[in-house]
Ligand binder design. Sequence first.
Ligand SMILES: *[C@@H]1O[C@H](CO)[C@@H](O)[C@H](O)[C@H]1NC(C)=O
Length: 621
Amino acid sequence: MLPPLFIVAALLALGARAFYLPGVAPHDYAESELVPLLVNAVSSTETALPFDYYYNQFHFCKPKGDPVAQPESLGSILFGDRLYDSSFELYMNKNTSCNTLCSQSVPKEDAAFINSRIREKYTVHWVVDGLPVAMSRLNQSTNELIYNMGFNLGFISKDGSRTYLNNHYEIQVHYHLDEGKKSPRKFRVVGVTVYPHSVLKIDQKNNCVIQPGTPPLTLSETGDNLITFTYNVYWIRSGISWTTRWDTYLKVTDPKIHWFSLTNSIVIVLFLSGMVGVIMLRALNRDITRYNQLDIEDDIHEDFGWKLVHGDVFRSPIHGQFLAVAVGGGAQLFLMTAVTLVFAVLGFLSPSSRGSLSTVILVLYVCFGSVSGYHSARLYKMFGGQNWKKNVLLSAFLLPGVVFLVFLTLNFFLIAAKSSSAVPFGTIFALLSMWCLVSVPLCFIGAYFGFKKPRIEHPVRTNQIPRQIPEQPLYLRTLPSVLMGGVLPFGAIFIELYFIMNSIWYHKVYYVFGFLALVFVILVVTCAEVAILLCYFHLCAENYHWWWRSFFTSGSSALYVFLYCTYYYATRLNISNSTSTVLYFGWSAVVSALFFILTGSIGFYACFMFVRKVYSLIKID
Ligand SMILES: *[C@@H]1O[C@H](CO)[C@@H](O)[C@H](O)[C@H]1NC(C)=O
């Protein structure tokens, strides 16, 4: 199992680097052509409450007429992008200086608003030619330039008493020029950085170049202020080609750490596979031969171990309907994740097309509604359920409905906080129609085919009277064994989880989908193995209640994911206001719940196949 895994690992890791951008075509600019600069939401990791760039209290300069909202994908809107045009004028390969955007008078209340946003470390986000405008800094250890997306709204004086607003921008656009063959020269944007400054008065004589010691701009909260926004543009020819222009943004984390994470996960898988292998090959084999011999040799029946429960092991669980619905939802999530990762690894989800990842996730989830209906119908029929209408409705509405309700509730918090990331009504309507017009009918169709199929037959018959379950050792009691089960799947993913959290909260581009895909494969294997292992122990202890338990055993890793989110909140984030805290934990809970359904279903199916297999191997009279 290992060598192929490593080969796949290497291929994926290389693949993710070599071609991650076929999805988006480059834009060629002619010399002096206008390169639009778009503005995005102003956000902060300390509050998680972004504002529109043109939110009136900021007093940023608006373009003539009203700012025009730019078309965006569904995922991009859901994840808080709010793109508008701007009045910045960037002409390809034309250095310009002393450009004045506008002068604004800022009343004292708004000055107070801006000053508190500066203290909360709000960051401004611009986009040029699909690239986020970044601040570059030198990584001391590797001596490489790294880009941090966005730039500070302002900064705080050393003693912390004053705040300064950045009102002058030195914009550097790096371009690639394809010289030669054909006559009109083609320019491509390959990197954009900005150096923001706070200046009381710009020095026109010196061509607006900021001299050291220029006094910065403070906004007075006792009287009106007049501020002038200015910018200089420099075009710098670069050797970076268009296809590799994202590399600088992606260099944020050391790939060594991802390899470390992968090795960590592989060790866990090996350890578990070893255990499962030993059980499968030795214990099970021995059991099966012994059981079958006993039957033939004489009539003294000294059954023991898991064979004893053959008459109960396929007894339908209580609340089988909910189990069926949950596993159906899990199958849907599983396919969604797997297909998204395949798209991502093949490079179809370019970071240039904003929100493509989340859009694909949504669309796939909706399209796989039929999978959920089908799986839950088949399982429900197997459990002998009669109320198939209720089952279909639960599959179509329960899980998406709960997530949607939480989403709406959290959205109210965002609206109350006047945050721009509150999802507009049109988008909510679009989501609702996707759900009701696509996902629900597909779920019905899936359920129809699921119910039409013959009932899944069990390899052994179930007795009339349930067996008594003997006293269980402590480690096999429900709670300890379930809590134990979740540790390993969580252990296999937690390092990658850290990077995903960083990319969400610190605006880092996450683009190591090769690693992520492998970690996902490892997660699936670990969940399956843990569930099978504990299932075997329970059956040996003559405890046949395995249906729900197998779901909870691997699903409990979600509990650790939630605890990890709490730990991340406490150690890495500086969120202080209560709305942001509610939002953070609300979303963490939703993600953990979905993770529970996903990992639980993996454990359930693994265990299901295992139990069916072993009981079909023994002879029962
Ligand atoms: C624009 O400014 C940059 C940086 O100062 C310089 O390297 C470049 O040659 C200038 N370009 C033009 C066309 O003057």
